[in-house]
Design a protein around this ligand. Structure first.
Ligand code: MG
Length: 352
């Protein structure tokens, strides 16, 4: 990485109260200044410096993972993160779930007329810090401006390329009956943190989003040669949606053990007040891994060494699917089994 230190207080040729104007979108002078004084210093990579139509990449691996996601979270800043950090870590985590080491990102900004330039500056600084933290380079990007009222401040799209170093094939089709399911930590914090700030709910203590890059714990598992069949981050729709998607794609049944799934007391309380099931609430720094039973002990030992994985635990198993059987069931704390369905509609819109 060649990024120079950058801070939100770096001098820009803009006034304190300057905002994005529609004229900036067409390559106006101010947009040129934003590129020169904001985007280039923050995302200083060989690709960006070249001022070419695209970035030229020289990956070392033959196998690459490629993904994209758009970020429309409201509000832009929330306890534990902001849209910039989310746009970097969200795409990085999808690459990591493919078993890849994240290397390159693109960043597309859709800015609403009237957005304070100061706000854009903090989002960009946050993206730069997030990219540095997980060793990815933002190598190409684009900015468009839309009319006032036609956006919501900032929307960001990031696409990412990662290099696959491990010889393993990781994905839903690799899941086998008998696989054990490991969860990397407590669930539900991102969705509740965003909801609480958005709806002005007052809880005793502030719940922070779990937003974090998953590179270190996952790449450590792969480097240690732990056999992994499938990985999935528990974003929109939470744990319940992730296991349903995998069960369906793999044609297997999954039984989860409710008592084993960690949920922080404040999150549980907030879910009770709001009428949410924590299993469906979004996370931005949690994942599940489907691994053979013989790898469970070793995988948990490795994960427990990272702050992000210190609460990692075994939460369920995959089984052969009998006809007409529900894809996912949960053994509840009182010992009965209930069906865990795919969620219909969105429980919490605009949380990612
Ligand atoms: Mg994902």
């Amino acid at each position: 990485m060649t990024n120079k230190p950058f801070s939100v207080s770096c001098p820009l040729p803009f006034g304190e109260n300057d905002t994005i104007q529609l004229a900036h979108g067409g390559g106006g002078r101010l947009m040129q200044q934003l590129i020169e004084h904001l985007f280039l210093p923050a995302f200083d990579s060989a690709g960006v410096r070249e001022s070419h139509d695209g970035a030229l990449l020289s990956p070392k691996s033959e196998r690459l993972a490629f993904t994209t996601d758009s970020y429309v979270i409201h509000p832009l800043f929330f306890p534990g993160g902001d849209i910039g950090k989310l746009a970097v870590y969200g795409t990085v985590n999808d690459l990591v779930m493919c078993g890849a080491r994240p290397r390159y990102l693109s960043a597309g900004f859709i800015l609403e007329e009237g957005l304070p330039i100061k706000t854009l500056q903090s989002v960009v600084a946050s993206m730069q810090a997030a990219a540095l933290a997980c060793g990815v380079e933002i190598v190409t990007g684009d900015t468009k401006v839309v009319d006032r009222g036609k956006g919501d401040g900032i929307f960001i799209n990031t696409a990412g390329i990662g290099e696959i170093e491990s010889p393993q094939d990781i994905g839903p089709s690799q899941v086998r009956p008998g696989d054990h399911i490991i969860l990397s930590g407590d669930i539900g914090r991102h969705g509740i943190a965003v909801m609480a700030i958005r709806e002005g709910l007052e809880f005793d203590t502030t719940i922070e989003s779990d937003l974090a890059p998953l590179c270190e714990p996952v790449l450590s598992l792969l480097e240690a040669g732990v056999e992994i069949h499938c990985l999935r981050d528990l974003t929109r729709g939470g744990l319940a949606s992730a296991v349903n998607e995998i069960a369906e794609a793999a044609g297997i049944c999954i039984t989860l053990d409710e008592a084993a799934i960690p949920v922080e007391e404040q999150v549980r309380g907030a879910c009770e007040i709001l009428g949410f099931d924590p299993a469906y609430v979004a996370n931005e720094g949690r994942f599940i891994a489907f691994i053979p039973e013989k790898e469970v002990g070793r995988a948990l030992d490795i994960l427990h060494a990272f702050p992000l994985g210190k609460a990692a635990c075994l939460i369920g198993v995959a089984r052969e699917k009998e006809t007409s059987e529900a894809a996912v069931t949960m053994k509840t704390k009182i010992g009965v089994e209930r069906i865990v369905d795919m969620i219909s509609g969105e429980q919490l819109p605009r949380i990612c």
